[in-house]
Design a protein around this ligand. Structure first.
Ligand SMILES: [Zn+2]
Ligand SMILES: [Zn+2]
Length: 275
């Protein structure tokens, strides 16, 4: 059985004797990109055997970050959230090897797998099979982007509490089903938000941005950014962890709100006299 993995986004494809004959659909989309030299495929077995390492960081009690070193694909900043009723594997890794399997077992295993959006589907089905066929939750609006179908996949939408104190929120924007995960017990009870690509910290401390495409710099509209902020309004969060290592460690909710107001002013034309 050969599981084919896109060399650019790192998303798994069905097992076939030969690599897929087509370009990866996720990378052909305007939010991603295909290398100038053309589509590249690798396999789960090759990725496991290529001499990489694993970085484990406890971000705070019960929230862990697991990174492949060097990174592969988009980067896959996986988080594992521990709860008394089992753990959430958020933005599952695109590679699967014994070192990572052992680390996840040390952390208490996994009860449910959720990717924030299709760029982060990684090897979600392979991981589910490895971990006892735990459910893989896919937002129903983004189901068309699943490349490897499997009975472990279950659809969700809206707001869903997946584990005690861990709530998936359909924030939209980057993808219609782009999700954030709210951990109520995070940040010493002040709340922590895992944001994937929906909300991404920028270089200046305490600020974030919101994009349809990060590599291709395609913005979102004022309306979509307003909707993201509105959907998060009921939740408190002191800290925020996004993709590619971006973090806000204090007063994250205010950072999101202030950044959204700045963004909306610019895309809405309120600052045109400055340009
Ligand atoms: Zn791809
Ligand atoms: Zn993305």
């Amino acid at each position: 059985m050969t599981i084919w993995i896109c060399g650019t986004c790192g998303v798994e494809h069905p097992d076939t004797a030969q690599p897929p004959a087509t370009t990866c659909r996720i990378c052909a989309d305007e939010r991603q990109w295909v290398p100038e030299s053309g589509q590249v495929w690798t396999t789960l077995d090759k990725l496991a055997a290529d001499g990489h390492g694993l970085a484990h960081q406890e971000m705070e009690p019960d929230i862990h970050r697991l990174n492949r070193e060097p990174p592969f694909g988009i980067g896959q900043w996986t988080h594992l959230v521990q709860t008394p009723r089992g753990n959430l594997l958020w933005d599952p890794p695109n590679h699967l090897d014994q070192q990572l399997v052992d680390k996840i077992a040390d952390l208490g295993g996994v009860a449910v797998i959720v990717a924030s959006h299709p760029h982060m589907y990684g090897s979600q089905v392979s991981w589910s099979h490895e971990l006892g066929s735990v459910p893989v939750l896919v937002h129903s609006a983004d189901r068309q982007w699943v490349q490897r179908e499997d009975p472990v996949i279950r659809e969700w939408s809206g707001v869903e509490q997946v584990l005690p104190g861990v709530t998936l929120i359909e924030a939209g924007g980057h993808f219609p089903g782009a999700a954030v995960a709210h951990v109520a017990t995070g940040s010493d009870g002040r709340g922590t938000l895992l944001t994937g690509d929906t909300i991404v910290p920028v270089v200046a401390k305490g600020w974030v941005t919101f994009m349809r495409s990060y590599p291709n710099k395609i913005p979102l509209s004022a309306g979509l950014v307003r909707r993201i902020v509105d959907r998060l309004e009921p939740y408190q969060f002191e800290r925020l962890y996004s993709l590619l290592g971006g973090t806000i460690l204090t007063d994250a909710k205010a950072a999101v709100r202030n950044s959204a107001e700045r963004y909306i002013a610019w895309v809405g034309g309120a600052n045109d006299h400055l340009g």
